[in-house]
Design a protein around this ligand. Sequence first.
Ligand code: FNR
Length: 193
Amino acid sequence: GPIKVLVFGASLRADSLNGRLAALVARLVERAGATVDLAHMREFPMPVYDGDAETAEGLPPGALALRERLEACDAFVISAPEYNASVPGVLKNAVDWVSRVRPQPFKDKHALLVSASPSMVGGNRGLWALRVPLEHLGTRVYPDMFSLAKAHEGFTENGDLSDTGLQDRLADAADSFLRLVEADTRYVCLQRR
Ligand code: FNR
């Protein structure tokens, strides 16, 4: 069947620029042939990680919900803001909670990282910082990352990018990413036969 991709906007803000970028990537990945589960950080409320709050029953409900959505997909896309040139605490906190589950849900999954920011850097430094915990957890982070600068003026009314060159580049990235995930998933199936 089709590859399942969780597309995840990693800001809590209802009107998040990264939520908008996530929605666009969801459409592009769907057009490239995948089944998409679009998620927003607000669906996964969780406290700040505390080792004393981690009981035998496990994780807070928000972290368990995120873990389930991850487990149900073959690959994931994160659209993440950049805070002070790094990963927002909310996102790192979610990664930390979910990483406590076994089997560890980030391991061996492919991920495409994108970002949106009103600044000229577009959040790219935050994505480089996000690679560190994800690669540590065994995620296969796609080499090419996409960052949308001046994102507050970057979208058309129907949610595409106003710059058609950038829109094409993002569509290409979504497509290449999906082809890689498909090829790798087929290879794993062949190995298991
Ligand atoms: C920011 N912002 C920001 N932007 C950027 O490009 N580089 C940065 O280092 C930072 N740092 C930063 C720190 C903090 C604490 C906040 C609250 C914001 C601006 C940020 O990109 C902007 O608020 C985006 O709109 C956040 O993404 P969402 O919520 O719109 O998805």
